[in-house]
Design a protein around this ligand. Structure first.
Ligand code: FAD
Length: 402
């Protein structure tokens, strides 16, 4: 029966819970909110299914990139709702047009006013918006792997997208990981915080600012492509508002970007490497204007950078067949893998452990997110003041040298 001896050896993918034939495994949060499998020994029949599908214990095949592209959708609406260039939604649209289904991550505002980040399966273009955009939180997999298998068994095409460890989890769960009807897309991922902490962050903001948050987007392109979030809320007087905010203004976002609140395994991630579990890998193409200046519209190229540009790595023959379809439908420029990798350290090494991670998690575990928010505001102010002073001193030193 599955027994997690080291937290760094479990990504919380839920393959074990999906594989258990008697429903003896549920994913339970630890003291900091990260999900781990918990076995009900009274139900367990010791069949070993859970151990067999663990991708840490039994790593599955991974693939080197065979081609790389910078890409942007020409569909403005689709592009606006996507975190970068809209590769995912373009693929999803094609799969649905062929009668297939798409599994991916959604951030839902539930009827009781809470938020939920989870994987769902859709078969209609009307639901595509639910999966678009990055949610910087680990999604709950529930029984998505079981559902994917059922669709494949019925001869229905499936596009599964998720973090590399979720793709690896699915491939371990399936007996035929190379099923011809399955297309897998892994995202370039630098780590995931847990969903409970995100929900508590939302509650803290609601209390602090006396409002009710009704929608939260980690990536908002109202102004431009970048690390800007968006939030919709109802104020004390019942008036509705929608605003954008820079990532640095949000404690949760800034702690996420600083690598302070990731799951333990993210700092040792075996998929933060050039060898990918998915048929395709997608991410933001940061630095496109510096590396491929001829590709941007100001220089006569196809990309409007302010609208977002994706990178897409093609890792398998199946991925290549889909890339051939996509590159005729989207603006696409072949690029050098080494350039993409240089801009994304997650393609060669895991994120560094944030130096405040232990402190933040202990605070959160003992006193909840309110305490994290208080600590963050004080810490951030000190940090910003020090930086300002440093810059001022440097400027004065340079002036006196002149
Ligand atoms: C936690 C996380 C970390 C990331 N880190 C990086 C990074 O360091 N560098 C980089 O270049 N790109 C990173 N990305 C990917 C990037 O933000 C975009 O998702 C990617 O560029 C695809 O954009 P798109 O426009 O094609 O599609 P979009 O429509 O923006 O992509 C949506 C896709 O992302 C999936 N997705 C969204 N949130 C989650 C989640 N929480 N768990 C699993 N799947 C999810 C959806 O299922 C869907 O397939 C990260 C994404 C996530 C979720």
């Amino acid at each position: 029966m599955i027994n997690i001896l080291r937290k760094s050896h479990c990504s919380g993918c839920s393959a074990c819970a999906n594989a258990c034939p008697v429903g003896a495994i549920v994913m339970k949060p630890d003291e900091h909110g990260f999900l781990f499998p918990a076995v009900d020994v009274s139900k367990c029949i010791d069949c070993g299914s859970c151990d067999n599908v663990c991708h840490f214990a039994n790593p599955n095949d991974r693939h080197h990139c065979i081609a790389a592209y910078a890409m942007q959708s020409a569909d403005h609406e689709l592009l606006k709702a996507s975190a970068s260039g809209g590769v995912f939604a373009s693929l999803a649209r094609e799969i649905i047009a062929q009668g297939g289904v798409v599994a991916g991550c959604t951030l839902e505002h539930t009827c009781d006013g809470a938020f939920e980040v989870k994987h769902i399966v859709i078969n209609s273009l009307n639901d595509l918006h639910k999966l678009q955009g990055s949610k910087y939180v680990q999604s709950s997999m529930d029984d998505t792997y079981v559902k994917v298998k059922e669709f494949l068994d019925r001869g229905i095409k499936v596009l599964f997208s998720g973090t590399p460890c979720q793709v690896a989890g699915l491939k371990s769960f399936l007996t035929n990981a190379d099923h011809p009807d399955l297309l897998t897309v892994d995202i370039i991922c630098h780590g995931v915080p847990n969903a409970q902490m995100f929900y508590d962050y939302i509650k803290t903001q609601e209390k602090k600012h006396k409002l009710k948050i009704t929608d939260f987007r980690f990536r908002d392109k109202s102004d431009t492509w970048g690390l800007t979030g968006g939030v919709s809320y109802t104020d004390d007087n019942g008036k509705k508002h929608t605003v954008s905010f820079p990532a640095r203004k949000s404690s949760f976002y800034k702690l996420f970007l600083g690598g302070e609140i990731f799951r333990e395994c993210c700092y040792h991630c075996p998929y933060a490497s050039p060898e990918r579990p998915g048929d395709l890998t997608i991410g933001d193409f940061w630095g496109i204007e510096k590396n491929y200046p001829e590709s941007i519209s100001a220089n006569g190229g196809p990309f409007k950078v302010e609208k977002g540009v994706s990178c897409m790595l093609v890792n398998t023959r199946k991925g290549n067949e889909w890339a051939e379809v996509l590159t005729t439908q989207m603006e696409a420029v072949p690029v050098d893998y080494r350039i993409v990798s240089k801009e994304n350290h997650q393609l060669s090494r895991p994120s560094d452990l944030g130096k405040n991670r232990d402190k933040v998690l202990v605070l959160y575990g003992k006193h909840g997110y309110d305490a994290v928010e208080k600590w963050f505001q004080r810490h951030d102010l000190i940090h910003r003041t020090k930086r300002k002073l440093f810059n001022l001193l440097n400027r004065n030193r340079k002036r006196s040298n002149v």
